[in-house]
Ligand binder design. Structure first.
Ligand SMILES: [Zn+2]
Ligand SMILES: [Zn+2]
Length: 474
């Protein structure tokens, strides 16, 4: 997410070439010094004085680097190493260079160092730190500090990639300015400073990232006679791909998707983003349970990063400890969200002014004998005939309620005829032996002809015009 910022920002705000001496964690960045010196009151004062991300000075080095690399990639794939002449090996190099970067970010920068969601032994940390260099997103230290800000003050001015400031800002706009982060001194960093891998990677970030991100792909391409292709596709293009796939989590994963575990922040879950980011697209779970080594807790959730971590834990000694949220906590969070959603939906449906959206209460309905129902039908028929209407009334009896379904007949999924065949007719009363008995559609309604589902049963209730007493005709 943070580009080459470790080189550019954790070290010096001015230029890449000055970075080595200033990236030294022992000398300390501005963040460290603030952390060590400031008192709580200073934090508050600094918060008031901070430059907002919209008015902060433009970060020209980042602008030039970011857009320059995009432009160079375009020239690269069209002129220097045309895409229509792309070798299979070079294409695979591009893919793996991108994928290694993704896992370096998700497994290393994010779940290991940002959230300490599992513990990793030295050899694995070294490998992950190297893979993370392929991300071109700053050193572990630089990245983690900002990511911790993002979690602690999500969707606020203190969130470096605050989604409330718009899609462009949260995706990449934030890297073009150089705001101060007044809450940064409050972010824990001792764990980072005590990890020799983090310190080493921070100190030598620039040469490391240039070597792994650009030089190594070039050398690999050269081994099959395609040094330029290795540089363009395995280096430049793969770096741009990992930028944008990581940025998607800051932007689209806070805009589009489901909220299944928390609705308190903008984080969301999207399968397509999960596929693009080795599982990070399950973002609302991650914000709810950031300490969990999984971003998608379910067995069917697409989260290959969790499987890699789990397999290393299960079959090697490289990952001695993993942290998973207890199942009951996950279920409680899920239930809480579902309950909130259900309440909102119920409010919405009861506020609806759509016709027939209300089910009449029993108290509001008259109680009719069957002959009164028949009489009602007869009166309706007479009325329609008097008005020259060819349509006949359509009243059926279900569950001891008379339903006037004439207005619904043409919409009935089962068709008009089935309603007609179960309708009360004005002459029923006159049939010998039928006095006091009626045509009951209950059996047909509840499975005889069609086992109506809940929504259909609720819909039917809206057509009630009376409660019916009497004996159903067999
Ligand atoms: Zn996170
Ligand atoms: Zn987020």
């Amino acid at each position: 997410m943070e580009l080459l910022h470790a080189a550019l920002s954790a070290s010096t705000p001015t230029s890449l070439v000055d970075s080595p001496e200033l990236t030294s964690s022992s000398s300390g960045s501005e963040e460290d010094r603030a952390s060590e010196c400031e008192e709580p009151n200073d934090h508050r004062r600094q918060a008031r004085q901070s430059s907002s991300s919209n008015t902060a000075p433009i970060w020209w080095a980042n602008c030039i680097l970011f857009w320059g690399l995009h432009l160079f990639a375009l020239v690269g794939i069209l002129v220097l190493s045309p895409v229509w002449e792309l070798k299979l090996k070079t294409a695979m190099l591009c893919f793996f260079s991108w994928q290694l970067a993704i896992y370096g970010i998700t497994m290393g920068y994010h779940r290991l160092w940002s959230h300490k969601a599992y513990e990793a032994r030295l050899p694995l940390r070294i490998v992950l730190a190297g893979m993370g260099c392929l991300g071109f997103q700053g050193s572990i230290r630089w990245w983690v500090l900002r990511h911790r800000l993002h979690h602690r003050w999500t969707d606020s001015d203190d969130d470096p990639y605050d989604a409330q400031k718009g899609l462009f800002f949260s995706h990449m706009g934030w890297i073009f300015r150089k705001p101060s982060y007044p809450k940064m001194p409050l972010i824990e960093r001792r764990d980072l400073d005590s990890d020799p891998v983090v310190r080493f990677q921070h100190k030598y970030y620039l040469p490391l990232t240039l070597f792994f991100g650009l030089a190594l792909p070039t050398l690999l391409g050269a081994s099959w006679g395609d040094a330029m292709g290795g540089y363009i596709y395995g280096g430049v293009l793969a770096r741009i791909m990992i930028w944008h796939t990581t940025f998607l989590i800051n932007s689209f994963a806070h805009y589009i998707g489901e909220q299944n575990y928390s609705e308190e922040v903008t984080a969301r879950t999207t399968l397509i983003l999960a596929i693009l980011t080795a599982g990070e697209g399950n973002h609302d779970y991650h914000h709810a349970f950031p300490k969990d080594f999984r971003n998608g807790p379910g067995i069917a959730d697409y989260d290959p990063t969790k499987w890699v971590i789990w397999m290393l834990h299960r079959f090697t000694s490289l990952v001695p400890v993993i942290y998973a949220t207890p199942e009951h906590e996950i279920l409680e969070a899920r239930a809480h969200v579902l309950h909130s959603k259900a309440s909102r939906l119920q409010d919405l449906s009861s506020d609806s002014e759509a016709p027939n959206s209300r089910i009449p209460s029993d108290d509001s309905l008259p109680i009719w004998r069957v002959d009164e129902v028949t009489e009602h039908v007869r009166l309706l028929t007479a009325d329609k005939m008097a008005r020259g209407s060819l349509k006949r009334p359509l009243v059926i009896i279900v569950d001891s309620y008379a339903l006037d379904v004439a207005s619904y007949a043409s919409l009935h999924p089962g068709g008009f005829a089935v309603l007609r065949s179960h309708a009360i007719k004005g002459r029923d009363l006159e049939l010998p032996g039928d006095r006091g008995r009626y045509m009951d559609a209950s059996k047909a309604f509840h499975g005889g002809l069609n086992d109506h589902q809940w929504s259909a049963r609720e819909k039917a209730k809206t057509f009630r015009i009376a409660r019916v007493v009497g004996e159903a005709r067999a």
